[in-house]
Design a protein around this ligand. Structure first.
Ligand code: ADP
Ligand code: MG
Length: 224
C-alpha cells in the first residue's frame, strides 16, 4: 500500500469569537489515497470549509497534524506553504474567483506565471482544455461567460500547474442542475482519465455520488 497523499490526525481548530470558543474541528482523522475522488459532505457549519482551508495551507490548525505528500504542514516555512499552494494544490471555489478584467485565457495564464512556469508549451494541458470543453471561449472575459463556463475556466486555472491534489469547496453551489452535472462529470473524468486526486466538499448529497468515497461531517467531527 502506498502512503496516503493526505493524512490528517487529531486535527482541531478553535476560533475565538469575542468571549466564545467555536470548536470548528474536534479531532479529525482522515487518510486520502493518491488517485482517490473523495467527497466530504455535511450541513452548513459542520467544519467543511475550515478543513478545506487547513488542507490548502490557508489557515493554521489549533492542533493535530496534516501531512501532504509525506510533508508535515506544520514544519513548513511560510515560503514552503506558499509554494505548496502554487504548485501542489489546485483550488476551486463556489464563486469561481476569476479576475474580471482578464480574459479566460489570461486568468489561466497568470496562475502559470505565478508558479514561475512562464509560457512553455504544455501538450498535456491542451488535453485538459479539450476535456473541459472551453477552448473556443478562452478569449472572453468572465462576464461574457455563463456560470458553468466560468467554473470550467476556474478548473482549468486550478489544473494549469498539474497539482497533485485538486481541492474543491462547493464547486456547484452557484450552478443550476444542468451546469452542476457538467462540472461534476468533468471532475469525474479528470479523476478517471488522468488519475487526478480530488477532494470535493459539498452539502449536496447528490453531488457526492460522483466520487469514490463519501466522508460525512457533523459538528466538527467525522461521523463515517
Ligand atoms: P461549513 O463549511 O461546513 O459550513 P465552516 O468550516 O465554515 O463550516 O464553519 C464551522 C464552524 O466554525 C461554524 O460554527 C462557523 O460559524 C465557525 N467559523 C468558521 N470560520 C470562522 C471564522 N473565521 N471565525 C469564527 N468562526 C468561524
Ligand atoms: Mg463551507
Amino acid at each position: 500500500m502506498s502512503e496516503p497523499i493526505i493524512s490528517i490526525r487529531n486535527l482541531k481548530k478553535v476560533y475565538h469569537v469575542g468571549e466564545v470558543d467555536v470548536n470548528a474541528l474536534r479531532g479529525v482523522d482522515l487518510d486520502i489515497k493518491r488517485g482517490e475522488f473523495m467527497c466530504i459532505v455535511g450541513h452548513s457549519g459542520s467544519g467543511k470549509s475550515t478543513l478545506f482551508n487547513i488542507l490548502g495551507g490557508l489557515t493554521p490548525p489549533t492542533s493535530g497534524t496534516v501531512m501532504i505528500n509525506g510533508k508535515d504542514l506544520r514544519g513548513m516555512t511560510e515560503g514552503e506553504r506558499t509554494n505548496l499552494r502554487k504548485t501542489e494544490i489546485g483550488f476551486i471555489f463556489q464563486k469561481y474567483n476569476l479576475l474580471p478584467t482578464l480574459t479566460a485565457s489570461d486568468n489561466i495564464a497568470i496562475a502559470r506565471s505565478i508558479a514561475g512556469k512562464g509560457d512553455t508549451a504544455d501538450p498535456q494541458f491542451t488535453e485538459i482544455l479539450k476535456l473541459l470543453g472551453i477552448s473556443h471561449r478562452l478569449n472572453h472575459k468572465p462576464r461574457a461567460l455563463s456560470g458553468g463556463e466560468q467554473q470550467r475556466v476556474a478548473i482549468a486555472r486550478a489544473l494549469v500547474n498539474h497539482p497533485s491534489i485538486l481541492l474543491a469547496d462547493e464547486p456547484t453551489g452557484n450552478l443550476d442542475t444542468e451546469n452542476s452535472n457538467i462540472v461534476l462529470g468533468i471532475l469525474r473524468d479528470l479523476n478517471e482519465r488522468l488519475g487526478q486526486t480530488i477532494v470535493m466538499i459539498t452539502h449536496n448529497p447528490e453531488a457526492a455520488t460522483y466520487g469514490h468515497s463519501i466522508t460525512h461531517m457533523r459538528d466538527g467531527s467525522i461521523i463515517g
